[in-house]
Design a protein around this ligand. Structure first.
Ligand code: 13P
Ligand code: SF4
Length: 301
């Protein structure tokens, strides 16, 4: 039996659906039941009736799905797929920042470990961070772990004071303003669409800044026929299939999140067949990590 057919049969057997982030490989996105950004995937996980969720992405995505859906079986096809930024602050450091700023809210990017979520007041994703931080009553905001996203939000909320953490996505942080300049020289007139995990110097050169789904929406809604993309290359699959008459040029060197590429069709079939790769969390930790995620979902409504 072909691998795709095998996955289809196993899905039926296990009452499973496949959720994929835009950064996983094309072949995985092609067989997924749902594809989306971090916010969409966490919202969706709550509304699905299937008994098993196969989360094709990095570990914080599988963890978030499990935290929000303790009764469901959540499978991660490769446990090595991890987001480096998710570990870029310690709970001890968060406690120290809280002691220094007792009136501040701790706002935690969803790209974080379950343990970090337990130390936080609310989670955000790149798609909802601005509206959620704006809605918080706190004047002071401790933003963890991504400094670049934090600074991007802070620039739009001058009425609030931000405390940043020294953390970043290694893939987005590697994109330089010179990379953008070179792409603009090669494709004059093409708008630059950038993810807010890029550095402020790169974002200053962007025509649009948004989450992966925001970038996709922008390119779909606008009449331009060429775009320069400053985010991970996996988004190219949806950009191209959804906009077959448009051209997309990624910054060079090409931004690749190797962890996202750990997910393959073989591994999806393997976890469905064996039950390996199940995400498990100690219940007390799960409950404490659930509170900031639920608050995010409530505030984002
Ligand atoms: P999105 O929520 O925009 O999909 O971002 C997730 C991510 O990991 C970006 O590097
Ligand atoms: Fe994490 Fe960066 Fe990979 Fe996104 S692209 S999952 S932030 S390492």
């Amino acid at each position: 039996m072909e691998l795709k057919e095998k996955i289809e049969a196993l899905k039926k057997q296990q009452d499973a659906v496949i959720l994929a982030h835009y950064y996983v490989s094309d072949e995985v996105q092609a067989i997924a039941d749902y594809i989306g950004d971090s916010f969409y995937l966490s919202k969706l996980a709550v509304s699905l009736n299937a008994k098993t969720l196969v989360v094709c992405g990095v570990s914080f995505m599988g963890e978030s799905a499990k935290i929000l859906n303790p009764e469901k079986k959540v499978l991660l096809p490769d446990s090595r797929a991890d987001c480096a930024m998710a570990h870029m602050i310690t709970p001890e450091k968060v406690a120290q920042l809280r002691a220094e700023h007792p009136a501040a809210a701790v706002v935690c990017y969803i790209n974080s470990t379950a343990e970090l979520k337990t130390c936080s007041d609310v989670c955000v994703t790149s798609a909802n961070a601005l509206s959620i931080v704006r809605a918080l009553p706190n004047q002071e905001i401790i933003f963890i772990p991504d400094e670049n996203l934090g600074r991007h939000i802070a620039a739009q909320l001058p009425e609030k004071q931000f405390i940043f953490n020294d953390g970043r996505c290694p893939i987005h942080a590697k994109i330089t303003p010179e990379d953008i300049d070179r792409a603009k020289d090669a494709h004059p007139g093409a708008p630059v669409l950038a993810h807010p995990e890029c550095t402020p110097a790169v974002l200053a050169k962007a025509d649009y800044i948004g989450s992966t789904s925001g970038i996709l929406q922008y390119a779909t809604d606008h009449a331009d026929t060429q775009y320069i993309i400053a985010t991970e290359c996996g988004i190219g699959y949806k950009l191209r299939t959804q906009n077959p008459t448009k051209e997309f040029f990624f910054v060079e060197p090409l931004p690749v999140c190797e962890d996202m590429k750990f997910i393959t069709l073989e591994k999806i079939a393997h976890v469905l067949e064996t039950g390996e790769g199940e995400v498990t969390l100690e219940e007390a930790m799960r409950r404490r990590a659930n509170a900031p995620l639920e608050r995010m979902l409530a505030l984002a409504k």
